[in-house]
Design a binder for this molecule. Structure first.
Ligand SMILES: [Zn+2]
Ligand SMILES: [Zn+2]
Length: 190
């Protein structure tokens, strides 16, 4: 299923809950887009800065990998959450993250409609990234799954036992690639 375009949703929420203040004429005050496949831990973000989405300097990014498998209301509530951040920043002009302006507007929006609920923290399931590496200690043979190779990681039990708890090159872990997602539960570096 193709991703839902975000701009129509943005314009609708802007009309319904922000008195149209996030648009000037027909032009949104910020860029709104889906992430690429990498934003896996945060459902959405609002950010600003000279390098951000020129010429806007501000943008809302929603996580494609997190929100795509969820019902539409998750996209709506995440977009709305980030729009409150944008509104606090651009319209209220306050320096806060989830402060009083944010919470007041959030409560108002939750009272006014029942399609979705905005919360301070996005509570969505984070899909597990399967471990791709198996770290092997050449000394004691202990193994642990990792998502990424860690440079110069050494086996802690062996450093403790043989080197008084100090990192030592003789306990450097070897990283072997894992072909399957056998180890997706209990990932060591997450
Ligand atoms: Zn937030
Ligand atoms: Zn070891």
């Amino acid at each position: 299923m193709p991703l839902e375009p975000l701009l129509p949703l943005f314009h609708r929420l802007n009309r319904e809950h922000f008195d149209g203040t996030l648009v000037q004429g027909v032009q949104p005050l910020l860029a709104v887009r889906w992430s690429d496949g990498r934003m896996r831990r945060t459902a959405g973000m609002y950010r600003r800065g000279p390098q951000v989405a020129p010429p806007f300097g501000r943008e809302i990014v929603l996580s494609r990998p997190l929100l795509d498998p969820l019902p539409r209301s998750a996209t709506e509530s995440t977009l709305c959450h980030e729009m409150i951040h944008a509104w606090v920043d651009l319209v209220v002009g306050a320096q806060e993250s989830h402060g009083p302006h944010f919470r007041q507007r959030m409560a108002l929006i939750n009272r006014m409609q029942s399609r979705f609920e905005v919360s301070v923290r996005h509570r969505f399931p984070v899909p597990l990234t399967p471990a791709r590496w198996l770290a092997v200690c050449p000394r004691c043979g202990r193994t642990a799954p990792y998502r990424r190779r860690v440079r110069n990681a050494a086996c802690r039990p062996c450093c403790d036992r043989h080197h008084g708890g100090v990192w030592h090159a003789s306990c450097l872990l070897r990283f072997d690639p894992i072909a399957s997602s056998l180890f997706s539960a209990g990932v060591a570096d997450g």
